[in-house]
Ligand binder design. Structure first.
Ligand code: SF4
Length: 196
């Protein structure tokens, strides 16, 4: 099929030939434009995700290149609303529509960092070190401050010296499990912008 842009198509039809004849011959600009778009995304992998920004929790489709082969660099090349998602039905607000810039931002934090008390310097640490440290500190604080009973002997099993703020990008299932864990520890100060 001959590829024509919309502008070229209008020029041709306006000068010599009738549009209907061209369509019969396969000169359709709509088909030509659709083919270009399909070609652009044909080699990508599509991943379903949730927008990271706010509690609306819109569904997004992330298109990435790189199939894991040696020397193939993975990169996200396109983000759009998920038309099958019950929350947004394919639409995105301006923040969600700019997610590609957020994903590829050179300022994006990709690794855990630690700043020692009194220091002005951040140092990069591994995920293992970060998670071990968080677990150690949580346990130490809970061991020291967990309240089983009030002075009057009322059972409360609560831990008031630590709070948890979870993220709205979690799915309902992940939110349910997060809630169960926080409450099983005795945490009362627990919130989420999506209200897990
Ligand atoms: S696309 Fe907009 S409304 Fe939807 S979750 Fe993201 S920030 Fe919120």
């Amino acid at each position: 099929m001959v590829q024509l842009s919309r502008r070229q198509f209008m020029k041709v039809t306006g000068s010599t030939l009738a549009g209907s004849s061209l369509v019969l011959m396969g000169f359709s600009p709509a088909t030509a434009l659709a083919e270009v778009r399909q070609y652009k995304l044909a080699a990508t992998t599509v991943t379903r995700q949730t927008c990271t920004y706010c509690s609306v929790g819109c569904g997004i489709l992330i298109y990435s290149l790189g199939d894991g082969a040696k020397n193939a660099k993975r990169s996200v090349v396109h983000v759009e609303g998920d038309p099958d998602h019950p929350v947004n039905r394919g639409t995105l607000c301006p923040k969600g529509a700019s997610l590609l810039d957020f994903i590829n931002s050179p300022n994006r934090l990709l690794h855990p960092e630690y700043r020692a008390p009194g220091s002005s310097e951040w140092q990069r640490i591994s995920w293992d070190d970060a998670l071990d440290r968080i677990a150690r500190l949580l346990k130490a604080d809970r061991d020291a401050n967990f309240v089983e009973k009030t002075a009057e002997g009322l059972s409360v099993n609560r831990w008031l010296t630590t709070g948890m703020l979870a993220a709205s990008a979690a799915s309902s299932e992940a939110g349910y499990i997060t809630h169960k864990i926080a409450r099983s520890w005795g945490l009362l100060a627990f919130d989420n912008q999506a209200r897990v």
